[in-house]
Write a protein that binds this ligand. Sequence first.
Ligand SMILES: Nc1ncnc2c1ncn2[C@@H]1O[C@H](COP(=O)(O)OP(=O)(O)OP(=O)(O)O)[C@@H](O)[C@H]1O
Ligand SMILES: [Mg+2]
Length: 279
Amino acid sequence: MLNTFPYVPPQADALAVDDISFSYPNGHRVFSSFSLNARPGEFVAILGPSGCGKTTLLNLLSGFVQPQSGRITINQTAVRPERSELGYVFQAPQLFPWLSALENVRFGLRMSARTDASQQRAQALQYLRLVGLESAAHRLPHQLSGGMQQRVSLARTLALEPSVLLMDEPFAALDAISRNSMNEETLRIWAELGQTVLFITHDIDEAVFLADRVIVLSIAPGGIHSELEIQLPRPRSNLKTRRLPAFLDYRNELMTRIAQVMDAGDATVYPTPRLELTA
Ligand SMILES: Nc1ncnc2c1ncn2[C@@H]1O[C@H](COP(=O)(O)OP(=O)(O)OP(=O)(O)O)[C@@H](O)[C@H]1O
Ligand SMILES: [Mg+2]
């Protein structure tokens, strides 16, 4: 007889894009019949060539723009721009130059007006500590390195305690060493806070290092070219993970797929080749 216990109910998606189509007002079509989902706590990386619609996708998820058809839900509810469970980390830090790191983090909390000033400062400090910047709390943005500024920006978003984090190439402007260290930091914070993350990147290594699953987009107007589950052990570290033979296999596989996307120049979907892993 089939053993039905213990019963584990299926988990609802934290984020679901269901069969959407979207064109800009000038008629430029970016998505048609596009679907995507993320499980609660999943780290999903979106990889795709320039112009394929990555930023458009995040704007749709944020509710800044609406699809012409289809449905987008965050935690089973339709998206609205003012939803507090969504956090958005942009490519550039976008800090107020006249406010200290602490006041920049506090700014978002002040807007949400849920607590008084001293509680807001304590919460801002807690998130600066999380990104390793407690000692720089009173410095102005121009007194911080590019990586530190991006940490402040991350702390500002995290302080609002979103359950879903949208990150649009947040470390693209950093040098390779700072980017690797921010990748490690991101995973440490994610392991601690457990949000669902949708991370947009052009960088194949970054996608493999961070994600549970990498989604490769086709060139617009398109959809998903393919997906790849990344089964590298966690916790991941720059020194260990990036040297694993399996890391290089995933990286090579994604390089092949991106080359296919670039060659096609359209929405062609290729069969996913079988991936042999050596570790
Ligand atoms: N406001 C707009 N009106 C018309 N077309 C637009 C508009 N914004 C973007 N596009 C076009 O839509 C497509 C997708 O743009 P999007 O910015 O989402 O690409 P992306 O994948 O984020 O690119 P990148 O990697 O360069 O940031 C591109 O072809 C772009 O030219
Ligand atoms: Mg973009």
